[in-house]
Design a protein around this ligand. Structure first.
Ligand code: 3PG
Length: 382
């Protein structure tokens, strides 16, 4: 795999880069505070500073490859021109892939010009990984950069097929993600603690399996924990769980005992915040228990909020984990998942000052990468 960082400036000047980023920011999250947006802006600046023109590509939401209509117009990338302008201090030319003479317009534009293409998922070719669609995009530039780690688990035209038509590189965001996630998996210090929350245990099954023999503790919160409570025969009222996942939870609990290490690997909530017969957050005793383990950890991977953080009174568990993490100045910490980063947005400036904390831009991509899967967007660069 070739990296943009390794290219000499002279290879970049007067060229046009087709830059794939991920502007698919979690609903309710402020776009310009999102790690995805911030990292994309840094890469555009990196290219511009070397005299490169940039054609920025992204998807947003899931408009089912339909052209914009009144129902999906909110998924347009048009609003990004103003936000990009604010951060780049230069105009951004918004365009449609079908615009007449687009190639010539880009060719004749000034060095360091920036173009933003409309949401690629408004076109039928993107999700189909269509070669002709990829070729149409590739015609606009001289080289391609994948800086969309968060979308690298999707095999689409702008992630995979396009690499057949242009010299292709991994951007700085992708490079950083690979470095941090590889280190967490292969070179971590112990105790290694995984903090897992969110609604679905099924999306984290691969990650749990891949880390089962490596992690010292799995601290489980949110609706994910309900599957384990049920597997132990405990009542969960009307709480959310995944029926088909309960046997998996049971198997994990049983293999914890059979390891004979005398230590319980899976740490489940012992008290709860409940409303309308639904468990919506962990209680104070659990917060303390989780915090004690986090305090002693040397490596922490956190994905998924611990309770229903959108309702302030059920965000306490998530905040308790965040505060415990901020107190641990020695561990190498990775935080990821769109919902997790949205949930901890009020800690963003505290987090950004901490050298030992890496906030991944990935949601599903981070989970798949840490599950040991090969991501098509990364494979295509090899
Ligand atoms: C994400 O938000 O995780 C990525 O942008 C992938 O989006 P998708 O799940 O809609 O393909």
């Amino acid at each position: 795999m070739k990296f943009l960082n390794s290219l000499k400036s002279k290879n970049l000047s007067d060229k046009t880069c087709i830059l794939r980023v991920d502007f698919n920011v979690e609903e309710g999250e402020l776009i310009e505070k999102s790690p995805r947006f911030i990292s994309a802006v840094n890469t555009i600046k990196f290219l511009n500073n070397r005299g490169t023109k940039v054609v920025v590509l992204s998807h947003r939401g899931r408009p089912n490859n339909q052209q914009p209509t009144t129902n999906n117009r909110q998924l347009s990338l048009r609003p990004f021109i103003h936000i990009l302008y604010k951060h780049l201090k230069k105009p951004v030319y918004f365009t449609d892939l079908d615009e007449k003479n687009l190639r010539e317009k880009i060719k004749n534009s000034k060095p360091e010009s920036i173009f933003l293409l409309e949401n690629l998922r408004f076109y039928p070719g993107e999700d189909k990984n269509d070669k002709n669609f990829a070729k149409k995009i590739a015609r606009l530039g001289d080289f391609y950069v994948n800086d969309a780690f968060a979308f690298s688990h999707r095999k689409t035209a702008s992630m995979a097929a396009i690499t057949n038509f242009l010299p292709s590189y991994a951007g700085p965001t992708l490079e950083k993600e690979i470095k941090h996630l590889n280190a967490a998996f292969k070179q971590h210090k112990k105790p290694l603690v995984l903090v897992l929350g969110g609604v679905k245990i099924s999306t984290k099954m691969g990650l749990i399996k891949n880390f089962w023999n490596r992690a010292d503790y799995f601290l489980i919160g949110s609706a994910m924990a309900d599957n384990f409570l049920l597997a132990q025969g405990l009542p969960i009222g009307d709480s959310v769980y995944e029926k088909e996942m309960v046997p998996f939870a049971k198997k994990l609990l049983n293999s914890t005992h059979s390891t004979g290490s005398g230590r319980v690997k899976i740490i489940l909530p012992i008290d709860f915040a409940i409303q309308n017969k639904k468990i919506l957050d962990i209680g104070e005793k659990t917060e303390k228990q989780f915090s004690e383990i986090i305090k002693k950890a040397k490596t922490i991977i956190w994905n998924g909020p611990i309770g229903q953080y959108e309702i302030p009174k059920f965000a306490k568990g998530t905040y308790a984990v965040m505060e415990a993490i901020l107190k641990n100045k020695n561990a190498k910490i990775i935080i990821g998942g769109g919902e997790t980063t949205a949930a901890i947005s009020k800690y963003r400036s505290a987090v950004s000052k901490r050298k030992n904390v890496f906030v991944s831009t990935g949601g599903g991509a981070m989970l798949e990468y840490l599950s040991g899967k090969k991501l098509p967007g990364i494979e295509a660069l090899k």
